[in-house]
Design a protein around this ligand. Structure first.
Ligand SMILES: C[S@@+](CC[C@H](N)C(=O)[O-])C[C@H]1O[C@@H](n2cnc3c(N)ncnc32)[C@H](O)[C@@H]1O
Length: 201
């Protein structure tokens, strides 16, 4: 499964989806194929103009919007934020009063920060999935309303992972990566050392 197919697999037919940062609106196209309408928005006017030219489906409501600025209360209950960094994801959520039943993220970085800060916004991890696309790993996280206590391992490597085989492959990849960083760095890298301890536990 690629990234967009994985996001799709976490969406039910009754979900009212807004895909923020939709780019080519690939998710909206997949949803429209099963007759599901959705909102697909992007900060870039150019991106939305192109999508409007390419996509001829009444089921995809394409909008130019910085984050959730152009989304009204009650229009969506499921938010997708994929292909952006954790800081952008958190900025978007900090700048809205809207609440969602489900938020599906694929962040490019800082998943530990995302789990912690989402908890402060009253969204807790429901489940996660590692995706491998073009030989690169991606960490999908599904958040739902609520908060929970995480241990250090969960903050850094997640919880309730769906594809255990790929998850273990990802952990092996991280272990090797951190070992190489440790070997090549002259100064003691405390963060990397503590992550390695967690992975070896
Ligand atoms: C790398 S693309 C990801 C496309 C798609 N969601 C995916 O996962 O393949 C990131 C998109 O997010 C958009 N974007 C970045 N910041 C945004 C913001 N604050 N609000 C809405 N869209 C944003 C960019 O214009 C770009 O089209």
């Amino acid at each position: 499964m690629n990234r967009i197919e994985s996001i799709y697999s976490f969406i039910s037919e009754s979900d009212r989806v807004v895909d923020v940062g939709c780019d080519q609106a690939k998710l909206g196209i997949m949803l429209a194929k099963r007759n599901q309408s959705s909102i697909a928005s992007d900060i870039s006017e150019k991106v939305i103009e192109k999508a409007k030219n390419d996509i001829k489906s009444d089921l995809i409501d394409l909008r130019v919007s910085n984050g959730l600025e152009k989304i009204k209360e009650g229009e969506a209950d499921t938010l997708v934020l994929s292909g952006m960094g954790s800081h952008t994801i958190l900025d978007i959520l900090n700048n809205t009063k809207l609440r969602f039943n489900k938020i599906i993220t694929i962040s490019n970085n800082d998943h530990d920060l995302l789990r912690v800060k989402m908890n402060e916004l009253n969204y807790m991890v429901d489940s996660e999935q590692i995706i491998k696309e073009n030989n690169k790993y991606y960490n999908l996280i599904v958040f739902v309303p609520g908060n929970r206590k995480y241990n250090d391992y969960e903050i850094n490597f997640g919880l309730n992972h769906k594809d255990k085989e790929l998850y273990n492959e990802y952990l092996d990849y991280l272990k090797n990566k951190y070992k190489n960083i440790k070997k090549s760095s002259k100064n003691k890298n405390k963060k990397i050392s503590s992550l390695l301890v967690l992975l070896d536990a």
